[in-house]
Design a protein around this ligand. Structure first.
Ligand code: ATP
Ligand code: FE
Length: 334
């Protein structure tokens, strides 16, 4: 069964196609993303412009995805689209488009949670079998979930201020390294000394499993003003952020008795983070290349999991939700 996935939650127009085999194995057939550039001059995403860009691009991105998969619309057996969280106007474009397609094709529709999509992006690399911990580190989220069984999410910890990706973006900006900050920091760090700038571990000594990045950001700003070289700043900040993320997750895995950790979201593309997790001895699953940041294939993968576990299709009355905690999503009874 071929499943089409659509994500228009923020400033990326993503359409992907995934094949679901009867035994539950999945294969990504296509993943096309249009990353909007109109926002660059504003230093942040302009919601109204994002919605308009989605409307303009979604047809051609769908065409590209079908071409990449070597399929036509008639081959699609189900459609999944993100219903939240995200920018409501942006979400509505993909959600309505997806619903329209299912009406035209006569196939079931699945509304997907954006963070569940980020988590299921890792299903592109290995079958996800609960129980496991899921660390979502993206531009807007730094959330650690326990997944005791497939489709059930328990919040273990979350950021108290900035998201991890947001911190990478802000530190890159203050160091003059450009946007998006994650890849820029990662690239600059290769040339820098991770011991050049000392960062205090955030929330040191906490019993909980929370995150905080505002302290690191402020320390980075002070170091920059004191004359730290951008590459040294990048390397040192990256190391501090990675140690904090990995250390907290490892503590949680021990406390919850979990052996497997899924790490997803844009920051999961970070090579230093991947290396540090690989050294923990835990089984760590990351999304395949191109599936870390926002995309449609991850939504198709979440849809594939819904179909495979026999979840009921979503009613076409489902609306877009700006705020939608993942812990409110529970598919256990399905
Ligand atoms: P959310 O999913 O929380 O709504 P988002 O969809 O905007 O947020 P993603 O697209 O998942 O976030 O990720 C984008 C973030 O990932 C950006 O902040 C970017 O800097 C960061 N990022 C991307 N690549 C890397 C990298 N190699 N290292 C660190 N951070 C990275
Ligand atoms: Fe995202």
């Amino acid at each position: 069964l071929k499943i089409l996935g659509i994500d228009t939650s923020c400033d990326d127009t993503g359409v992907g196609v995934v094949e679901l085999a009867p035994d539950g194995t999945v294969k990504v057939l296509a993943n096309r993303v249009w990353s909007q550039t109109v926002h660059a001059t504003y230093g942040g995403v302009m919601p109204e412009l994002a919605s308009r860009e989605h409307v303009e691009r979604i047809d051609s991105i769908l065409g590209e995805a079908l071409a990449e998969a070597g399929l036509s619309l008639g081959d699609i057996g189900a459609v999944a689209a993100t219903s939240g969280p995200g920018l409501v106007g942006a979400l509505l474009v993909g959600l309505m488009y997806g619903k329209g397609l299912t009406q035209a094709l006569g196939v079931p529709f699945y509304a997907a949670h954006h963070l569940e999509g980020h988590i299921y992006a890792a299903a592109s690399e290995a079958a996800l079998s609960a129980p496991y911990l899921a660390l979502v580190v993206s531009g807007g989220h730094t959330h650690l979930f326990d997944v005791p069984q497939s489709g059930e999410y328990v919040l273990v910890g979350a950021t108290k201020d900035d998201a991890a990706g947001e911190a990478f973006d802000k530190v890159a900006r203050l160091a003059g390294l450009g946007y998006p900050g994650g890849p820029a920091i990662s690239e600059a760090a290769k040339q820098g000394d991770p011991n050049a700038v000392m960062f205090k571990e955030p929330l040191k000594g906490q019993k909980a499993f929370d995150f905080s990045f505002s302290g690191l950001k402020t320390a980075a700003l002070l170091a920059h003003r004191a004359g730290a070289a951008p590459a040294d700043l990048a390397a040192s900040f990256q190391r501090a952020a990675v140690q904090f993320l990995v250390g907290t997750t490892v503590r949680a895995a021990e406390s919850y008795g979990r052996k497997t950790v899924v790490v997803s979201g844009g920051v999961a593309a970070n090579a230093a983070l991947r290396e540090a997790f690989a050294a923990t001895g835990l089984k760590v699953v990351f999304p395949a290349k191109g599936l870390n940041t926002d995309n449609g294939a991850m939504i198709a993968l979440a849809g594939a999991a819904a179909l495979h576990t026999g979840r009921a299709a979503s009613p076409l009355t489902v609306g877009a939700e700006a705020y939608a905690p993942l812990t409110a999503v529970s598919h256990r009874s399905a």
